[in-house]
Design a protein around this ligand. Structure first.
Ligand code: PXG
Length: 290
């Protein structure tokens, strides 16, 4: 395995980051999780654009251009012979001193790991996920904008710990007003009487790349997805719920807070989106080898 760090590729054993890196010391940094399918990188431009938006929001100067960043991702896949895989692209504030002041960090650190994907077990797509609602809320936009894909995931990890204790696969996370924001690493969609709804980004959702792709697919189906504030009640009484994420793709939900969703089986709308998403991921993207 060859791992990119700041302009060079290293063997896995030698791919090391300083203990003075503020990404580690303070979670001061941003990242993207990207997938490759069939020798192509899915929605690479969108991922790099979101990375730059995250960087801009935290006043982090990325020392290479967007085009160079895309090459880093493509090259990382190519050198590791990844046709279907997972890429973790990270930009940290870089090496500083033990104070949290980012002014002491002269240069951002960039690293990129391209690896084979540990795909979710097929049962998950056949049976659906079990969810519970987290007791911790999504951090609000006045604190740390949920639109920034930052290295600070303790908010989501606290929820995950709760989920582990409850034997749940994922969690519904509410915002401070009590509306559904998203899950810990996935966006959420609800189907009720033929309408497809998802919380707006302003409710505390990350602007997911998979979320966008599913909304694009819905347009081609002629059933546009509506953004709406949703409560737990709306989810409990939904006909279908599915989650979207780079790792999860489009995955059905069978249960939330002990309420069976629909008839407890993946519904027809969900299955249609799962299928269309596979079609899209397998037929589009930036080529790795040519
Ligand atoms: N919300 C949050 C908080 C996320 O972190 C999503 C939604 C879905 O966004 P995308 O762009 O992936 O459709 C995410 C994505 C992991 C992992 O290893 C998690 C994410 C991305 C990649 C890997 O669990 N989060």
């Amino acid at each position: 395995m060859k791992i990119y760090i700041d302009g060079q590729f290293y063997a896995k054993e030698d791919a090391k980051i300083s203990v003075f890196d503020h990404g580690l010391l303070y979670g001061d940094g941003i990242f993207e999780g990207i997938r490759a399918y069939n020798g192509r990188i899915f929605r690479l431009d969108e991922h790099i654009e979101r990375l730059h938006d995250s960087a801009k929001a935290i006043l982090l100067q990325i020392p290479i251009t967007a085009e160079e960043m895309k090459k880093v991702v493509v090259e990382s896949c190519r050198l590791n012979d990844i046709k279907n895989g997972y890429v973790r692209l990270v930009v940290t504030r870089g090496i500083g001193d033990l104070g949290l002041n980012p002014n002491k960090c002269p240069k951002a650190t960039i690293f990129c790991i391209a690896t084979g994907i540990a795909i979710y077990p097929p049962e998950v797509y056949q049976n659906g996920l079990k969810l519970v609602t987290a007791s911790t809320q999504r951090i609000g936009p006045a604190s740390l904008s949920p639109a920034i894909k930052s290295l600070n995931y303790l908010n989501q990890i606290m929820a995950r710990i709760e989920g582990n204790l409850a034997g749940a696969d994922e969690l519904i996370v509410l915002n401070a007003e009590g509306f559904v924001a998203e899950c810990t690493a996935d966006n959420v969609f609800v189907i009720k009487k033929g309408r497809i709804l998802t919380p707006p980004v302003s409710a505390g959702a990350l602007g997911g790349i998979t979320r966008r792709a599913v909304m694009d697919i819905a347009e081609t189906f002629g059933t546009p997805i509506l953004e709406a504030n949703l409560t737990r009640y709306d989810l409990w009484v939904a006909d279908e719920i599915f989650l979207t994420g780079t790792a999860a793709e489009v995955v059905p939900v069978r249960e939330l807070d002990a309420r069976v969703i629909g008839d407890g089986r993946p519904g027809p709308v969900t299955l249609r989106f799962t299928e269309a998403y596979h079609q899209l991921t397998n037929s589009t993207g930036t080529p790795i080898f040519n």
